[in-house]
Design a protein around this ligand. Structure first.
Ligand code: SF4
Ligand code: SF4
Length: 320
């Protein structure tokens, strides 16, 4: 076997294992410095588009080069994991909205379990190697790596978009010292479309750059203090995250429902009325969200969000 045949063989084994284990896509890149991302990231930070997410400004060099984050890394294996719940409703009719990705068990745990199984199986097939897996857990520019590996393009709404699968998936990486044949990027198919820009209720999107500090996800998840500087009605009743710029993206007509049972929502979550959300106790929060990504915002944070949305409803009632 020539070296090139060996690298191609490894890539095909890695991709087959990933798909057999239920990943939604798998692409491979040679690890190194992300040259075109460096000025973009610098500009984004200089314009303070990260708001109070101070961690985004940390580890600038590591973020741009996984060989610095994990010395010895030769290859970045990017993986997709579907979370699209289909067209089922995500909350009761009058209840505030919840981002689709947060309906079931916390993806950090679900995808991490899969990643560990995946790397074990690959090593069983190809021999031992060093490496680390990540799922939204380290300074890795996940979308840039997935795009480099041909899994999609980074759209005007800053999501990775697959021309065959849309954008409702998590991204994960395996940084490894095993060399493999790399994939090629695909073109950007956003074209003249501006649906996400037009639909964003906080005007957070400029083409290919989302102002994190204006995004509803930032206000409802990242911000630790009181929500200020924005009118409640623009939140469109989103209490945790926001899916609007994905809902309007035409490529999401290709999204297919996931098959991951861990992502199924607890029945009491989707059946809760607005009043039940508003009156939720800390005990109920612990019970319903014990394994959920919603725990990130905490009981107080979620109640802050719901009260903020309700201040809008109360204003509307007052003006009638
Ligand atoms: S998630 Fe919502 S608020 Fe954030 S950029 Fe997309 S549409 Fe705008
Ligand atoms: S809505 Fe249109 S412009 Fe926005 S990401 Fe999707 S295709 Fe691109």
């Amino acid at each position: 076997m020539t070296r090139s045949e060996l690298l191609s063989y490894r890539s095909s084994v890695v991709k087959k294992r990933a798909m057999d284990l239920g990943f939604y896509g798998c692409g491979i890149s040679v690890a190194g410095f992300l040259e075109t991302e460096a000025p973009r990231l610098e500009n984004w930070l200089l314009k303070n588009k990260h708001g109070k997410m101070a961690y985004m400004a940390n580890h600038f060099d590591l973020r741009l080069d996984p060989t610095k984050l994990e010395p010895g890394t030769k290859t970045v294996v990017s993986l997709l994991y579907n979370y699209f719940p289909g067209h089922q409703k995500t909350t009761e009719e009058d209840a505030p909205n919840l981002s689709r990705y947060a309906l079931g068990e916390d993806y950090h745990f679900v995808v991490k379990r899969k990643l560990l199984e995946f790397t074990e199986q690959v090593q069983d097939a190809l021999g031992p190697c060093a490496g680390r897996v990540f799922v939204d857990s380290a300074p890795v520019l996940e979308k840039a790596w997935a795009a480099k590996a041909g899994l999609g393009w980074v759209g005007k709404n800053s999501n990775l978009i697959s021309p065959k699968k849309g954008s409702y998936f998590f991204l994960a990486e395996w940084l490894t010292d095993m060399e493999m044949a790399a994939d090629n990027p695909i073109p950007d198919y956003c074209g003249d479309c501006t649906r996400c820009i037009d639909a964003c209720p906080t005007q957070a999107i400029e083409p290919y750059s989302v102002d994190g500090s204006k995004c509803i996800s930032y206000f409802t998840i990242e911000l630790k203090e009181a929500i200020q500087g924005v009118e409640p009605h623009v939140f469109k009743d989103w209490m945790f995250g926001c899916d609007i710029c994905q809902e309007v993206c035409p490529w999401n007509r290709f999204s297919e429902p996931h098959t991951e049972t861990a992502f199924l929502p607890k029945p009491d979550l989707i059946q809760m009325s607005r009043n039940e959300w508003k009156q939720m106790t800390q005990e109920t929060f612990q019970r319903v969200f014990s394994k959920s990504a919603i725990k990130r915002v905490g009981y107080k944070g979620l109640m802050r969000n719901i009260e903020f949305l309700d201040s809008c409803k109360n204003k509307e009632k007052g003006s009638l």
